[in-house]
Design a protein around this ligand. Structure first.
Ligand SMILES: [Zn+2]
Ligand SMILES: [Zn+2]
Length: 95
């Protein structure tokens, strides 16, 4: 797994249990593919991702999903490019 967010790709970034999948910090129609290319993703267990209780998982929790995208953009701006470049690439700014 290519992540520019963490080097600990076997461990769920949210709870520390074994990661079973990966979460793309920016997701949705075009976002997921770009986040894949940019390495904007984190290791995650299934409970924290999308099968746990809604209030405890990242998907279907609107505020958590928003924060995920904001974090993705913040890391993009810290490690890859400018806000304008992010806006051009992802089609909008979350910050
Ligand atoms: Zn977890
Ligand atoms: Zn996800």
């Amino acid at each position: 797994m290519k992540s520019i967010v963490t080097e600990y790709t076997e461990i769920c970034i949210f709870c520390g249990r074994k990661a079973e999948g990966e979460h793309h910090l920016i997701f949705g129609t075009a976002g997921r593919e770009l986040a894949e290319k940019d390495g904007l993703k984190v290791p995650i267990c299934n409970d924290c991702h999308n099968i746990g209780e809604v209030k405890c998982r990242i998907h279907d929790n609107p505020m958590a999903e928003k924060l995920s995208k904001m974090l993705g953009q913040a890391i993009y701006e810290a490690k890859i490019g400018t806000r304008e470049e992010f806006r051009m690439r992802y089609g909008k700014s979350y910050l």
